[in-house]
Design a protein around this ligand. Structure first.
Ligand code: SF4
Length: 248
């Protein structure tokens, strides 16, 4: 954690002021796969332009954001992803990216600049390819290996459903052999279980980042289904007490 981010965490924890320290940014819903449980493989109408994206990131940075998670669709398929990652890294921020892994070898110059690459894997080959298409498992693993060879930490994300619940042990074996961790999550249509993605009224291009951030409902994120977000909120909210396992 950077000292300035810790100070912002303390100020936010005391209820004095909130900061957007970490930003999850869905760059596009364009994707090079069409997984059966996913509704994000077709670009949305009115996706943000290059200028709107850079303006939003600049505004978020001015408000204190220092960590960005780029997501999609397939974030590596976005036509400005190289420039976006470059600008964020040059500013000194930490950039992570969610991917299905397929474009990693082709985009290795950009991937090399990430602090972490998170690759979606649905289990061993049979359950992964059944959901994501022929050869997608092999290409996801090739992406993971290319990133690791470039020195980028890799983590798997596994969406758990009926299609793969019985294959989880097999996935754990694969992850262990590769030396990567796995985050499990259920299939839901939003990265925030408390946010309403169909409500576009709180628009950053229209209102500006400061006003849009001020309008985000802050009803408390004490617990939800998304382990990564809950753990990040505990960390940035300085709730070390909540990180202890029950009984500790
Ligand atoms: S790779 Fe991800 S974004 Fe693309 S279709 Fe599959 S689940 Fe959706």
């Amino acid at each position: 954690m950077q000292a300035s981010s810790v100070a912002r965490g303390v100020i936010a924890r005391l209820g004095i002021r909130s900061y957007p320290i970490s930003l999850l940014f869905e760059l596009t819903w364009l994707c090079n796969l069409a997984c059966l449980y996913c509704d994000r493989h077709t670009p949305m109408r009115h996706e943000m332009s290059r200028e709107e994206i850079f303006s939003a990131l600049d505004q978020a940075y001015a408000l204190g954001m220092r960590r960005t998670n780029l997501d999609g669709g397939e974030a590596l398929a976005h036509r400005h992803v190289d420039e976006i990652v470059g600008r964020l890294v040059e500013r000194g921020g930490e950039v992570k990216l969610n991917s299905n892994g397929i474009l990693v070898p082709k985009k290795i110059k950009t991937v090399r600049r990430l602090s972490r690459l998170k690759i979606s894997v649905d289990g061993p080959r049979e359950s992964h390819d059944a959901m994501r298409g022929k050869d997608s498992f092999e290409r996801a693993l090739a992406g993971a290996e290319a990133a690791r060879a470039a020195g980028v930490p890799v983590e798997f994300t596994c969406v758990v459903g009926r299609h793969n619940a019985r294959f989880i042990e097999g996935l754990l074996d694969i992850a262990e052999n590769l030396g990567v961790g796995v985050t499990f999550q259920p299939a839901l249509n939003s990265p925030c279980g408390q946010g309403n993605c169909s409500d576009r009224s709180n628009s950053v291009p229209r209102l500006g980042m400061r006003e849009a951030f001020a309008h985000i409902p802050k009803d408390g994120c004490g617990q939800c289904w998304c382990a990564r977000i809950v753990e990040a909120n505990y960390k940035w909210g300085l709730r070390f007490d909540r990180m202890l396992a029950p009984g500790d």
